[in-house]
Design a protein. Structure first.
Lengths: 521, 498
């Protein structure tokens, strides 16, 4: 009896407090991790400091995202130590950067890796090194906990993101036919992770039309189906289906065959992987070092960062490839590389909002929202009781032209985006303003490569992806899209190639290993 | 005029007795031992009435004025006494002190009433009529109250509202006294405002108490709720029916004091007795201290570490006299170390080794609790188990939730241990299941501690036999990334309730 009285008094108190809070929300925050100002210095050909020192090293890795760190991981693993990694930002990690507050660590962008299939040899090797894969078994605590995903549609929740409630016969038909098609594409072995392993001229025709056109041709155009396809393209490519190559749309679905219920994820997202890598080879990493010029010299190359010039035999260029023409003397402007602007936000929640009949999940998506929903950083906690958390909110500015979206992203203030995010969350979480105490927002003008029509089979992409001494390109955008496995693959391959050319190893391992994986299939 | 006066006497007598009965009943409910409670409360109350009567001689002016004030005070103190005592039991250590203090205050006030009233009206009647009438109606009122209380008030109104109702009567008497003694009072308007204020407060209390008791009646508890609290982590409720105390956490029955010995003896002894020379024991969950009570029956056990999430729970079972009576003050033993922490992170970060580990969590009703029934969790726990050690897991009912039970068994097995599932019958739960696990094959114990009421050496092997309706089923293991158990559990219990 006493408790009912108490809870009555408490609820009365809360509702009064709620009224006063509703009138004025005190949500702190601002823009964080901005790096476009530095990028614009390159674009605008600003003056950089004169060179005062010259350092010699065999290999310079430019860019400390997953591609650069993977190259470093590979070099170190081979016992090679004569290299350095230069990172423009104060924190390494690139799209796998993370943050931390008194509640939890949380991601700033990439937040999971699908459980790698057999062909992702290097990813599996990395995960064996990091204790994620042991004796062929995936470590349970790094796999996404149940319940994984939920979708809010028609004013209710469902488990999973693929729409499953309120489907018409037509929707069901199209989903089933799509699955059959994907199954057939998967069986060809031409859609793989990494993409380079299976890439075949047989599939080039798919790169000549947009995913939207392909779906229309295949009569898969129901409203629900379209929403789902657009959601997937926005999620992985930051683009809508009509701006995505059909090849890339099919790749999203046909390239993976999960061997375990996943994905792999951590509170700080892929930042966890970056942390483990930095623990192993942080001493090679120099942050806050913006490379402003790369010139070929004699048989090698000289890299300028700040007032230091680095004389090296090889450069592994792991920074986004669109920066290359601004840095590398004599490189022609790029024609086919396009990037999507993104916005991510980390929301600190001092209370959990009401859940309306469903357990909180790792990933939450709202149908008919322009955003991608949010991921709960506390989902991977081992605790049974959680009362505060951090949500990472994702918003790919997918519709319309990227350059226009970039301009509007950079010309609007924090308050505008804060309100836009809260409005979006209020579709479902009516009490969100009473729960959130802080919203930090990260704007990225060139967040992810867009696999536009023709980009996969473009000669420009394939030329840059081919190792050409002494500058080896390694960013994931050379695959046409930005995902962890592609970045890791390209970093490792570049490292292997450089070691081979330096006669440090007799032959690069990847070709034989990948062929073995091919024939094992 | 005369009859009104004597009805006043009847009412105030009834009020006085009701407060006394409320206190006695509450104390019996909450503390048990009704003979002791009623005897001491009646004794204190009568003694305090004597003090009141004795004090009445020091009042010589303004008799009617003071009478009105005494009635008002009685209305407030008596009316809220029951609610105050419930709150004190729930939120403080000072229940008994407050109870006797209230009984004495009420007794003194009631002791003042009759002598004052007699003196107020002595000029209107002959002395022998005053005494005869006042005492007649006094005893009549007492009879009425003593019959009303068990037959109507407790069953239909409950203790909180009964006290409030009679508080209202007391305050009503005060108000109407301002009219019948108007000629002996000055500033009656002010007095009446006070009376109406007190009446209003009590009416609000009565209405509020009604809401609260209705909520209590709507829920599942068949018996009188003697304690209820929302802690940071859970909703704790204790009920009592005669000598049966039941603990509910988030509406799930945890034990009934009548048969919990069956559950806790079965949880501890088949395993702990089979461990050679057990010195260090870990209990995960079990904040009621009942499992620890059984563990302390082994003198060779040097330390018991208990990890329970909820500090309120372990505090309650360390301090509340009724509950420490149940667990025999097990938490006060110097061997016992209580740690309030979330079990999985604690297990994950601690490095100690234990000879016997008891895992006694609430059933896997949601994904949060489900984490404590996964291969990842059992693997983490197994790292703490000494070479010859054993662990035992409360694993829900193999009868009512057969899929869930065998899923838990499979999960423990997949974490790399040898398992021995067993079950017992606990009347308040039904058939209940446990799983013993260790690095080696389990062998039934050769000896048991003295004084067990349920487990004996002859009966132990039979616990490991499962009849066909509870026989093993092939189930997938429960994993962090694929919590099948929560779905199975939900389905199992839904099937039963339909």
């Amino acid at each position: 009896m006493t408790v009912s009285r108490r809870s009555f008094i408490q609820s009365a108190g809360f509702s009064l407090a709620g009224l006063s809070m509703k009138s004025e929300s005190k949500i702190a925050g601002g823009f964080v991790n901005e790096s476009f100002q530095q990028g614009h210095l390159l674009r605008d050909r600003a003056a950089f400091p004169a060179t005062r020192r010259i350092e010699k090293t065999q290999i310079v890795i430019v860019g400390g995202g997953i591609a650069g760190l993977s190259a470093a991981w590979r070099l170190q693993k081979r016992g090679f130590h004569d290299f350095i990694l230069l990172e423009m930002c104060d924190q390494a990690g690139g799209n796998s950067r993370w943050g931390e507050n008194d509640i939890t660590a949380y991601p700033w962008a990439a937040h999971y890796v699908p459980v790698p299939g057999r062909k992702a040899v290097y990813v599996r090797e990395l995960f064996e090194d990091l204790g994620v894969l042991r004796d062929g078994k995936w470590e349970e605590r790094y796999l996404c906990f149940t319940p994984q995903e939920r979708l809010f549609l028609y004013g209710r929740w469902q488990e999973g993101i693929e729409p499953a409630v309120g489907l018409t016969q037509k929707d069901r038909d199209q989903l089933r036919r799509f699955e059959d098609q994907i199954h057939a594409f998967r069986a060809t072995g031409k859609f793989t992770v990494p993409m380079e392993v299976g890439l075949s001229e047989d599939t080039e025709s798919l790169d000549r039309i947009s995913f939207a056109d392909w779906l229309r041709e295949e009569r898969m155009d129901s409203r629900i189906f379209n929403w789902y396809m657009n959601y997937c393209c926005r999620d992985d490519y930051g683009a809508m289906t009509d701006q995505t190559s059909a090849w890339a749309g099919i790749q999203y679905f046909a390239s993976r065959e999960p061997e375990e219920k996943g994905p792999l994820t951590w509170p700080e997202g892929n930042g966890w992987i970056v942390r483990r890598l930095l623990e192993r080879m942080g001493s090679f990493v120099r942050t806050g070092q913006m490379v402003h010029k790369i010139v070929r010299s004699g048989r090698g190359v000289r890299v300028f960062a700040g007032d230091t010039g680095y004389d090296a035999a090889f450069v592994i260029f792991a920074a986004p490839t669109f920066l290359a023409p601004y840095l590398i003397d004599g490189l022609a402007p790029l024609r086919t590389f396009e990037y999507s602007p993104w916005l991510t936000a980390n929301l600190t929640l001092d209370h959990l909002p009401k859940n309306y009949g469903i357990d909180p999940t790792w990933d939450t998506v709202f149908m008919e929202s322009p955003t991608l929903g949010y991921v709960d950083a506390m989902h991977q906690t081992l605790r049974t009781h959680v009362d505060r958390t951090v949500w990472t909110f994702y918003w790919a500015l997918a519709a319309g032209s990227p350059s226009q979206n970039r301009r509007s992203l950079l010309s609007t203030d924090w308050n505008y985006w804060k309100e836009a995010i809260l409005h979006d969350l209020e579709r479902v979480h009516l009490d969100i303003r009473q729960c959130v105490s802080r919203i930090d927002i990260m704007r990225m003008g060139h967040a992810m490569a867009r696999p536009t029509v023709g980009s996969i089979f473009s000669s420009e992409r394939r030329n840059l992806a081919r190792p050409q001494d002494p500058i080896l390109f390694a960013n994931s955008d050379l695959s046409g899209f930005s995902i962890f496995e592609e970045a890791q693959y390209r970093g490792v391959v570049a490292a292997e190639h450089a070691l081979h050319r330096l006669s440090y190893i007799s032959r690069p391992e990847q070709f034989s290993r990948l062929r073995d994986a091919e024939s094992a299939k | 005029m005369g009859i009104l006066l004597f009805i006043t006497v009847l009412l105030i007598a009834a009020c006085g007795l009701i407060y006394e009965l409320v206190a006695g009943t509450l104390a019996s409910y909450l503390l048990g031992d009704s003979v002791l409670q009623f005897s001491t409360i009646i004794g204190c109350y009568l003694f305090a009435m004597g003090i009141g009567s004795a004090l009445s001689r020091y009042i010589d002016r303004g008799l009617a004025y003071r009478f009105v004030w005494i009635e008002l005070l009685l209305g407030v103190v008596g009316g809220f006494s029951s609610a105050l005592l419930f709150l004190a039991f729930a939120y403080s250590q000072g229940f008994q002190f407050l109870m006797y203090a209230l009984v004495i205050v009420i007794g003194v006030l009631v002791g003042l009433e009759i002598p004052l009233l007699m003196r107020i009206i002595r000029d209107r009647y002959r002395f022998r009529d005053v005494v005869a009438h006042v005492l007649t109606f006094d005893y009549l009122g007492a009879l009425g109250a003593s019959l009303l209380f068990p037959i109507l008030l407790v069953p239909h109104l409950g203790l909180v509202r009964s006290a409030m109702l009679f508080g209202i009567l007391n305050a009503g008497v005060a108000l109407w006294s301002t009219f019948i003694f108007a000629n002996q009072l000055a500033r009656t308007a002010v007095l009446r405002i006070f009376c109406i204020t007190v009446l209003a407060a009590l009416c609000v209390g009565l209405a509020e108490a009604k809401r609260i008791t209705q909520a209590a009646e709507d829920n599942i508890y068949a018996d009188e709720i003697i304690f209820a609290r929302d802690t940071h982590y859970q909703h704790i409720v204790l009920t009592r029916f005669k000598d049966d105390i039941r603990l509910f956490l988030n509406s799930h029955l945890q034990f009934s004091s009548r048969d919990e010995y069956r559950y806790h003896e079965a949880l501890i002894h088949p395993g702990l007795s089979a461990v050679p020379a057990p010195r260090r024991v870990l209990v995960l969950g079990g904040g009621d201290g009942l499992a620890v009570r059984e563990i302390l029956k082994y003198p060779q056990v040097e330390s018991v570490t208990l990890v329970d999430l909820d500090p309120e729970m372990t505090r309650l079972f360390s301090t509340n006299p009724m509950l420490t009576g149940l667990n025999q003050k097990s938490f006060l033993s110097p061997k016992v170390h209580v740690i309030n922490a979330d079990a999985f992170p604690w297990v994950d970060s601690n490095a100690d080794s234990f000879d016997f580990i008891v895992i006694d969590f609430p059933d896997p009703t949601n994904y949060s609790l489900g984490k404590l029934y996964t291969t990842a969790f059992y693997r983490a726990v197994a790292r703490h188990l000494s070479e010859q050690g054993l662990m035992v897991v409360q694993s829900t009912s193999p009868m009512f939730a057969r899929d869930s039970y065998w899923c838990i068994a499979e999960t423990i097995k997949r974490s790399g241990m040898m398992i021995s599932p067993y079950h017992v019958y606990v009347p308040s739960f039904g058939e209940w299941g446990f799983v013993l696990a260790g690095h080696h094959e389990y062998r039934t114990p050769a000896t048991l501690p003295n004084g067990l009421r349920f487990i004996d050496l002859k009966g132990v092997p039979a616990l490991f036999q499962f009849p066909p309706d509870m026989a093993p089923l092939s189930m997938p293991p429960n994993r962090l990334n694929d919590q099948v158990l929560v779905h199975l559990y939900d389905k199992d219990w839904k099937d039963i309730s339909h």
